[in-house]
Design a binder for this molecule. Sequence first.
Ligand SMILES: [Zn+2]
Length: 337
Amino acid sequence: MSGIAKLKKVELRTVAEEIGLVVNEGMKKSQLRRLIEDSDVFKNDNEAVKSAVEDVLENRNKKSDQDSEIEIERLKIERIKLELQLAQVKANECLVNFPGDSYDLHNSELYERELKDHQGEPVCLLVHNSEILLIINKCSSFTKLQRIIAWCMRFKENARNPLQRTTGNLTVPELSAALICLERSVKFVYFSKDIQCIMNGGKLSNSSKLLYLSPFLDEKNVLRVGGRLQHSELPLNHKHPMLIPNNCNICDLIIDHYHVFYLHTGVEATLANLRTQFWITNGRSTVKRVLHKCLKCLKAAILLKSRKIRNLSDRRTLKYKLVMLSCSKDYIRVRNP
Ligand SMILES: [Zn+2]
């Protein structure tokens, strides 16, 4: 019978029970099918089996209709929910939702200053995130941090352009882009007022730390020191180093990187080396603070202090004579001009 072949395991069990067969627990689909086909009822009273199969198929259709109705009702409820949410957003036009947080624009300083007088007009808001990347405070190495950001940026680009995916090792432009991303993350937190003044073409306030550095934003919007070397032929990073605030973790990481890269140099050498690319505000005192934490330098300083000064050997002291005393004659030839 072709109807039996279409039945599922549960349905075969129902058919078998309806025609009076004993069904054991754990029987497989093929065993159930064979049980029905080998039974006397199937051989002698085929009509009874046929009606049982028809009943099961009818129930199946009813069940699928019920499931479809339930699904339609669920979709209707979802639609009503979305309409309610849309109505709520329309009722609070200026309620802006950020991921993980909500921000009521009506009570903000920005609303009072910029938007209150322009109610009802379309407004475009450019929002700068005022929090530095969390990973900056969690990383212990500058190169590691730079590479993590570069990998994240590559992932973002590959997700945007799946047909032109970049693979292989990180390249120098990617690492440079990661550095600019890090700089952007900290500058808007620590130098936001100064940047606003520069972008508006105004003068920096007298209390600004950057007042005497003549800072400017280059074509990539990187904040750099103006200085006095504009007409020199030095590379851009040497002439106008990138400005880094002294009170953030990235500053400590950069100092530590240059200190270790140049084999644990002192304060002045470290400062000179890092100024080929970065300019740290209150640089000297910041470098001192970071270098005081270097354990290798601390151990080396303790070893030097524990050494005693020994006497010089006989050969170096008793036979010592003044240079001019050991000479009998000094000959100077003056050439005629
Ligand atoms: Zn050191």
